[in-house]
Design a protein around this ligand. Sequence first.
Ligand SMILES: [Zn+2]
Length: 206
Amino acid sequence: MEFSSKLLENAVYEMSQLPGIGKRTALRLVLHLLKQPEERTELLAHALLKLKSEVNFCKNCHNISDTELCEICANPKRDETIVCVVEDIRDVMAIENTSQYNGLYHVLGGKISPMEGVGPQDLNIASLVNKVKNGVVKELILALSSTMEGDTTNFYIYKQLDGLEVTTSTIARGISVGDELEYADEVTLGRSIINRVPFESSIKAN
Ligand SMILES: [Zn+2]
């Protein structure tokens, strides 16, 4: 892509570094911003910088939160004996939307992916195992999407829990292989949480 302006080229380049944004989309977004009043761009830039510098993660579940404990962890009505293990905040939002789950979450921050250089030590797995060792948690629901990375991560966690007093379950596979939780419809996702199955049986099924 040939640019008539270095300033434009730089802005398009930075925009195109975002996931799912190709050069053409980046150019469209940048030209859109250029047409807007300057304060729109300032508000956008300011919101992003403020998020980046002030973002906080719940000290219990690692969900993004403005307070030390997120609203879910701080809610005494939630059942702290059940913990749903998810990849990121999008999964928490999707499951919360179903209104079918009253336990807590544990946000891993990603999935094990040797291809992308993400190992178990890069994720919030040690704190999850510690949480189980502390004895409050009676059930872990492994709710990572059923991609190869999701399965690998579920299985790794399951092995780490070997010998600990905890029931491990996984969301029922109403959600087909490869679907991300984020995109599953609320009814299907809600049902699959209610009808969760022991993790052992899901390994045997594969
Ligand atoms: Zn929390």
